[in-house]
Design a binder for this molecule. Structure first.
Ligand code: PAJ
Length: 283
């Protein structure tokens, strides 16, 4: 089947309504484009689970701060379309005017979760994410929606929002896809200079170090974070924004590591901010 492209909310709704009337389950993967294997892993899983798969590509202005990279965020629609040709049924590419009319003033806020961890240095970011995803869920009305573990705070926040607002959607969180040298795939990796790209492999090594430290019996969060910090110092250009260990249910900082605790970090190389995380109790 050929890939359908819906550019308007009305066209997307018509497509999904028809699929649903045929009794098909709808799987949905929201993205901002510049697709890579990480995105495709979500699409493939959606394909497995659902008869109808919708992918959206929308660089959401609401989730970028004034000093952030909204304008220069990579836009590679022709290439993305080719990558999705056999992977999904319908591609939704609304423009910003359609998503946010001139009178737009309604936002979704997951209280207390928008200003911690990544939210601390990105005020408004998670409000922008929650708002656009709520809108997309209302438009697509998926049975299941797929998110990457790489952006764990985002995925948990969307799950919280969906439960709190009673969206009838199952949120699936899938593993982080990595480059062969361990760097988590990200559309922003394209910003890295050759030197920074090489140094950035330190991040996944630091996460491995954290898992190893816990496996050796160290459960004190400060000790684990100390090891990660030490490992990151091997990269002369790495500037740590934060490193922390959180509880995946509350997003609170933990002092003693549990099986489900998640170590998460943000590190800058020049102007490029990279994030990554791992579950500490998993081998
Ligand atoms: P984007 O950065 O394009 O990511 C889309 C989805 O792909 C997210 O769920 C993200 O976690 C997932 N993803 C990115 N890199 C991944 C990797 N290496 N492995 C596995 N999954 C990966 O996240 C967004 O867009 C936006 O905030 C969005 C949710 C679309 C709202 O605008």
């Amino acid at each position: 089947m050929s890939l359908r492209v819906a550019r308007s909310i009305a066209a997307l709704r018509r497509y999904v309504t028809a699929a649903r009337s045929r009794g098909q389950k709808i799987g949905f993967v929201p993205t901002m484009g510049a697709l890579h294997e990480g995105h495709l892993s979500l699409v493939r899983r959606a394909r497995k689970d659902n008869a109808c798969v919708v992918v959206s590509i929308f660089v959401n202005p609401l989730q970028f701060g004034p000093q952030e990279d909204y304008r220069r965020y990579p836009r590679t629609l022709a290439r993305d379309r080719t990558m999705l040709a056999d992977a999904c049924d319908c591609l939704f590419v609304p423009d910003a005017r359609q998503m946010y009319g001139p009178e737009f003033r309604t936002h979704v806020e997951v209280q207390g979760w928008s200003d911690v961890w990544c939210g601390e240095s990105r005020p408004g970011h998670f409000r922008g994410v929650a708002t656009v995803v709520a809108k997309l869920f209302n438009i697509v009305q998926p049975d299941q929606a797929y998110f990457g573990h790489k952006d764990i705070q985002q995925a948990l926040l969307i799950r919280r929002m969906s439960e709190d607002l009673s969206f009838p959607v199952k949120i699936r969180i899938l593993p982080t896809v990595r480059e062969p040298d361990g760097l988590a795939m990200s559309s922003r990796n394209a910003y890295l200079s050759h030197e920074h790209r090489q140094q950035a492999t330190v991040i996944s090594r630091a996460l491995d170090e954290a898992v190893k430290t816990v496996r050796e019996g160290n459960r004190d969060a400060e000790v684990v974070i100390g090891r990660v910090r030490q490992r990151l110092r091997q990269a002369s250009e790495a500037s740590v924004e934060y490193i922390g260990i959180m509880d995946p249910v509350t997003l609170d900082k933990v002092r003693m590591v549990e099986r489900s605790s998640i170590l998460l970090l943000a590190v800058r190389f020049g102007n490029t901010r990279l994030i990554d995380n791992c579950v500490l109790g998993e081998s």
